[in-house]
Design a protein around this ligand. Sequence first.
Ligand code: G3P
Length: 218
Amino acid sequence: MKFFIDTANLEQIEEAHDLGVLDGVTTNPSLMAKEGISGEQKILDHYVKICEIVKAPVSAEVISTDFESIVKEGERLAALNEHIVVKVPMIKEGVKALKYFSDQGIKTNCTLVFSPGQALLAAKAGATYVSPFIGRLDDISSDGMDLIHKIRLIYDNYGFQTEILAASVRHTMHIMDCAMAGADVMTGPLSSITGLLKHPLTDSGLEKFLADYKKSND
Ligand code: G3P
């Protein structure tokens, strides 16, 4: 299972990268705005900085919504760095663009996916990754994990190569549930990744080991 971090914050990306378990980064316009990154050139420069830190897939989202503009914007993003993955929304024009990018060998991440049918369409169009949003489904009393199970079943039934990138992951249990459901990738905040480290028995056990060592070596 691959771990992506869902942020545009360079310090957090560096921290996750230093931990040695980071396989990529996802961003979106809201995450870029949260970091105060605005203006076309600054946004493009920021993507390059992220790529240079992780040297692994970095999803950069288009803000266009018609086919011609999505293609133009996506090609510009893809030309920035070999690690850029063009993030395209699950809309009719987006599906057309996914197919176009797939034919051109440009990697894509189909975002804002909330149903198995949308995930099937993204795979048919040749998306590299599909991003079902677990947390946002949970937010409206729908079962986010059920969506991951259904997409896994559909993709396995037909051998689709599109990777299931579980997005809108909010906490460690989402990660564990995704791992058990067979998601290929999860993307979440740094806290969801470092949360996996924590167990009170680890802390108390280590404290005792170190105290016993000190007692017998003093
Ligand atoms: O990758 C999509 C993700 O950024 C959405 O997460 O927490 O805003 O629902 P969230």
